[in-house]
Ligand binder design. Structure first.
Ligand SMILES: [Fe+2]
Length: 384
């Protein structure tokens, strides 16, 4: 067996772990660019209490970049890089959802590079070392705090893709579930389904191995058992903590064995119709699971047995089907639409969307070979 395991450098996990931000940041430098989203962190009071104050008390100078919105572009990264350079920052701290963390990651990663971000997005080689950076996720979804890639949109070429670099994994990930307790229901559902998709797709990845399986399987179970409680009872600390742990574990494993056809399709669809990544993943997940079913019966069945949705006496095929039906039902309970058609998917767009998906590296990890006709069929089922 040959394994190539890429692990996060350091992860601090648990309620209250963000109070260690100051001491961790102090180890890495004195002047930080703090990348955040536009509003929610400030409105919740977490910005002052859990970010600004600990950094000030640790003697750090902070420069704030709060321009990141959902689905960030290469141009936003250029702005953040410019500010970091002008202010001579020594490190970057990203506090937010996957979009914010991806911008922080790319800002640190390209700090010493000269060319615009769009060039690296198009494949230009990165030759300089990054700035130190700390990831503080506020949602349980992307896993970006422990991954090596930043998903960005180039609005000029209409391409949504990752810049990927093994050296870009954060120096420290501070994963404090307290941040996620203020997430509204819709965001909880969408980010949670993204995390569930990471866990299931990595578990059934073509490159899955015993090391990744251990993490992916546990991640699936943690998310399955807590997503609905986190959605219904947002202040449930236990559910939020377990969702955050599941998302973190799925992030570590997807970094090693990648994801699959859901993710291959989701980037081009999200970009075309301006839809949130987690939403597209949530709608597509059971359709892709049905497609993959013949190749992963044993693994789906195992998840069904382990989670208790199928009794051990049920045969594997029936148990695997239970898992797919569970995901359909879960989606409904989380008020996620049944088809992408209700979100704008048009029949005339399908060939271009499939063409874009076929270039995605995520497709290589899908357990069942997905050809053009297969992806078309999955999307045709999504038309209203
Ligand atoms: Fe994702």
């Amino acid at each position: 067996m040959l394994l190539d395991i890429l692990s996060p450098a350091r992860v601090l996990f648990g309620p209250g772990s963000s109070y260690r931000l100051g001491e961790e940041a102090r180890r890495l430098g004195k002047r930080a660019l703090v990348v955040t989203g536009r509003r929610s962190l400030t409105v919740s009071g977490n910005m002052q209490q859990r970010i600004v104050t600990p950094l000030r008390q640790a003697g750090l100078e902070s420069i704030f970049f709060s321009q990141v919105s959902a689905e960030p572009t290469v141009d936003i990264v250029d702005q953040a890089r410019k500010l970091a350079q002008e202010e001579q920052c020594e490190m970057v701290i990203g506090v937010g959802g996957g979009s914010v963390l991806d911008v922080a990651k790319a800002t640190a990663g390209l700090f010493r590079e000269e060319a615009p971000t769009r060039d690296y997005h198009a494949g230009r080689e990165i030759t300089t070392p990054r700035l130190p950076w700390i990831a503080v996720p506020t949602t349980a979804g992307s896993g970006s705090e422990v991954t090596n890639n930043a998903v960005l949109i180039n609005p000029h070429s209409s391409l949504k893709a990752s810049i990927r670099n093994d050296a870009w994994i954060a120096d420290v990930a501070i994963v404090d579930p307290i941040f996620s307790m203020v997430m509204p229901k819709k965001l909880t559902a969408q980010t949670g389904l993204d995390a569930l998709t990471h866990a299931i797709e990595s578990y059934t990845s073509r490159w899955a191995n015993p090391f990744s399986d251990a993490l992916s399987e546990k991640a699936v179970l943690l998310i399955m058992q807590n997503i609905y409680t986190a959605y219904q009872l947002g202040r449930s600390r236990e559910a939020r903590e377990k969702m955050m742990l599941g998302s973190l574990m799925a992030g570590i494993t997807l970094n090693q064995v990648r994801v699959g056809a859901v993710h291959a399709l989701s980037h081009s669809i999200g970009l075309k119709y301006g839809l949130a990544h987690g939403l597209v993943c949530g709608v597509l997940l059971p359709y892709v699971m049905e497609f993959n079913y013949p190749r992963v019966v044993e693994k789906y069945a195992n998840l069904a047995y382990q989670s208790g949705i199928a009794s051990p006496s049920l045969d594997e095929k029936a148990a695997a089907n239970r898992l797919i039906h569970y995901v359909y039902r879960l989606r409904e309970k989380l008020q996620i639409p049944d088809k992408l058609g209700t979100l704008g998917l048009q029949k005339t767009d399908l060939p271009d969307l499939v063409k874009a998906a076929l270039t995605s590296t995520s497709l290589e990890a899908n357990p069942r070979m997905a050809k053009r006709e297969d992806l078309l069929e999955i999307l045709e089922k999504n038309l209203v």
